[in-house]
Ligand binder design. Structure first.
Ligand code: CA
Length: 421
């Protein structure tokens, strides 16, 4: 696990004044990695970090990772730690300002792209409360499947439709089975939903046949991003048995521009989920004392909704540490059959929902599958997303004795469906 060092000192400030604001997502203690280009510049994306209201081109410290963060992801923890330390010193030392300032660009003047190009994307299902809430809607007598407490359940998603924050999302068409109908139709989804998730971005990969132990699992984690697993519930309900989600999920997945590294998250470790009395102990390959003590991450996630032309408002929020399986357990499980991990791959945590009704990370749960509409401040109601709605995820970490850090935003607005063929 990453150690605390001078880069985490809460009293450290930057000569980039915007980084020192209490509300800043990107104080000098964060230093996330992303890809940017100047707005209106058609050139390739370049690697950067965020500092306050600016981006700093990584060419200021290192020309080697200019055009891809996948390569940096592959290099591993000592390299990431070294880069973080150099960035922290450069951006805090006023004497370096003259040399470094020309590599800064205002966030308002840049486009932010996908932080990595994932070769593979897996979506897990690790929140006990989400599994219970969603399961209860479909299977009231047995909400949790028998495997849930034994392994982090997942399906393979589609890496080709992972999109950068700010990309509009087209309402998909698919095969669905309207209530009362005698056969399915191909039509635009009537139950478009979001899922509040985090994405674990993988660091160094593995070879075919190689597995990963709990002791070294976090060496394969570069950092975390926000991830919205857009979902067409009516398509999902008809297609998911027996092989799980397919086209109900793969039309778009939005991720945030910034990889918040495990180094930045070091002050915000949390114990693994406190299992209920009678729950099984994880099998030996999925457990470790270190994981029980501090394998989780204390990250507050939030979903916000803005109707077309309306004001953005809080929809729901929860804490990631309430999920049943930790990031290390996802990595170990994913590699446990010898399938290679690839640097830059993304493992979605699954919808993050808490114990309370207002902590649900999807409209499916918030609106109880349509039976209990969510009331918005300006009088509108939602059981599903409407055309023109903009859904935004945010996240932050706060703990006494440390500087608050944020994840930025993962946002997308819904475009009307194209006419079905
Ligand atoms: Ca999901």
């Amino acid at each position: 696990m990453a150690d605390l060092d001078e880069t985490h000192d809460m009293h450290l400030t930057s000569w980039v004044i915007g980084a020192n604001l209490e509300s800043a997502d990107f104080p000098i203690q964060n230093l996330p990695f992303g890809m940017y280009r100047r707005r209106g510049d058609g050139g390739p994306m370049r690697a950067c970090t965020a500092i306050g209201d600016r981006v700093l081109d990584l060419a200021a410290v290192d020309a080697a990772c200019e055009h891809s963060l996948n390569a940096l992801a592959q290099e591993g923890r000592s390299r990431w730690r070294d880069l973080r330390l150099r960035l922290s010193r450069l951006l805090s030392d006023e004497a370096q300002r003259g040399r470094v300032e020309r590599f800064l660009v205002a966030l308002a003047d840049v486009e932010l792209g996908l932080p990595v190009q994932p070769a593979n994307y897996t979506d897990f299902f690790t929140s006990y409360y989400h599994a219970y809430n969603a399961g209860k809607l479909f299977r009231p007598d047995a909400p949790l499947t028998p495997n849930f407490k034994w392994m982090p359940i997942a399906y393979h998603g589609s890496a080709s439709s992972i999109v950068a924050s700010g990309t509009d999302v087209r309402r998909p068409c698919g095969q669905l089975f309207p209530a009362g109908a005698t056969e399915p139709v191909f039509a635009a989804t009537q139950f478009l939903d979001f899922e509040t998730e985090l994405g674990v971005v993988l660091g160094p990969g593995t070879c075919l046949g190689e597995t990963v132990s709990m002791a070294t699992a976090e060496d394969h984690i570069f950092g975390l991003v926000l991830l919205n697993d857009w979902s067409a519930r009516d398509v999902q309900a008809w297609e998911y048995q027996p092989l799980g989600p397919f086209l109900a999920k793969s039309f778009a997945t939005t991720v945030s521009p910034w990889i918040v590294t495990l180094e930045a998250l070091a002050p915000f470790r949390a114990p693994a989920f406190a299992r209920f009395a009678g729950d099984p102990t994880p099998l030996p390959h999925l457990q470790s004392i270190a994981n029980e003590a501090a394998g989780h991450l204390d990250i507050d996630v939030e979903a916000r909704l803005a109707p077309a032309g309306g004001v953005e408002e809080h929809l729901s929020g929860a804490n990631y540490a309430s999920s049943y399986w930790t990031p290390a357990q996802l990595v170990v499980h994913q590699a446990s059959n010898g399938c290679p991990l690839v640097a830059g791959d993304i493992l979605g945590t699954g919808t993050i929902s808490g114990a309370e009704a207002h902590e649900a990370g999807s409209l499916l749960e918030l609106g109880k599958m349509g039976s209990s509409p969510v009331c918005l401040q300006q009088g509108e109601q939602r059981v599903a997303l409407q055309d023109g709605d903009a859904l935004t995820l945010t996240a932050s970490c706060s703990r006494e004795g440390f500087r608050r850090i944020g994840f930025g935003r993962a946002e997308g607005a819904i475009l009307p469906a194209l006419t079905p063929p």
